[in-house]
Ligand binder design. Structure first.
Ligand code: HEM
Length: 252
């Protein structure tokens, strides 16, 4: 969020916004989803207005840079800037926080892996991708078939809707064998954590960097992370991935 220049005071309202958006998605409440999208546009438009008011004193961050960007010889319109920043922000908001809960819980539940990662930090990137493969931070995305297509023995006609369940795709026994087994030597091509094809996650390099830096800092600052007996982590409800509560004991 700091990258986009969103001040600390906006973090809590954005967290609450994600929760309301997940509830509206679950209820398939189109009206609420429309209002939430407009509300979010308002947050971003405020950012644009404050930067215009600041002129040369505007902070040099991603938001200011994109406002000064030209594409094919023209400046981007406010609508385009809002759309880009909305996608970047929303793409990141729920996924990174869910990933952090998943990773911390997993480390606590698997002391052997935790010890290995403390000793061999170069294994972190593969371990992060692998743990997030078996416990998905982003549950699903939707598609509308643009032409007749056959997938997994089922035929879909143009216009039919389908949901891609990443949480299931990345646990396909035919590809991964035992999907619960953490293996750091799996073929990265098989892991669809960040999707594939034209819609592959453009934030993947940023997400990987953020999660690796977070894990490094976490391991530096602690000597041991363990589960709390009798206090299991609480699963988040669809459409959210990960956990809504992860009680842990962290020894510094
Ligand atoms: C662990 C973190 C993340 C995960 C697991 C994740 C996962 C995904 C996946 C699976 C898709 C494909 C969606 C589809 O096929 O419909 C996607 C798309 C996208 N992601 Fe991420 N993402 C993460 C972090 C981020 C971050 C940090 C950003 C932005 C800074 C971001 C921005 C986007 C955007 C804009 C798209 C839409 C791309 C398109 O439709 O062409 N994501 N992400």
């Amino acid at each position: 969020m700091r990258l986009h220049g969103l001040a600390h005071r906006t973090h809590e309202p954005l967290r609450a916004w994600v929760k309301r958006q997940q509830a509206a998605t679950l209820a398939q409440d189109r009206e609420a989803l429309g209002e939430l999208a407009l509300e979010f546009d308002g947050v971003i438009r405020e950012q644009l207005a404050s930067r215009r008011a600041a002129g040369d004193d505007a902070p040099d961050d991603v938001t200011t840079r994109i406002m000064n960007e030209t594409v094919e010889g023209r400046a981007l319109s406010d609508e385009e800037i809002v759309s880009i920043l909305r996608n970047w922000t929303v793409g990141e908001l729920g996924t990174i926080s869910a990933s952090i809960g998943i990773l911390m819980r997993y480390l606590a539940a698997d002391p052997e892996l935790q010890g290995r990662l403390r000793a061999e930090r170069q294994l972190l990137p593969a371990a992060i991708d692998e743990v997030l493969r078996l416990d998905a931070p982003l549950m699903s995305n939707r598609r509308i078939a643009t032409c007749p297509v056959e997938i997994g023995g089922r035929r879909l006609e143009a216009g039919e809707r389908l949901t891609i369940l990443w949480g299931s795709v990345n646990r396909d026994e035919a590809v991964f064998g035992d999907p619960d087994e953490v293996r750091l030597d799996r073929d990265p091509q098989d892991n669809l954590l960040y999707g594939a094809g034209v819609h592959v996650c453009p934030g993947a390099p940023l997400a990987r960097m953020e999660l690796k830096d977070f894990m490094d800092a976490l391991l530096d600052a602690t000597v041991d992370i363990t589960l709390l007996p009798g206090r299991p982590a609480v699963r988040a409800l669809y459409p959210a991935g990960g956990y809504s509560e992860v009680p842990l004991h962290v020894r510094r």
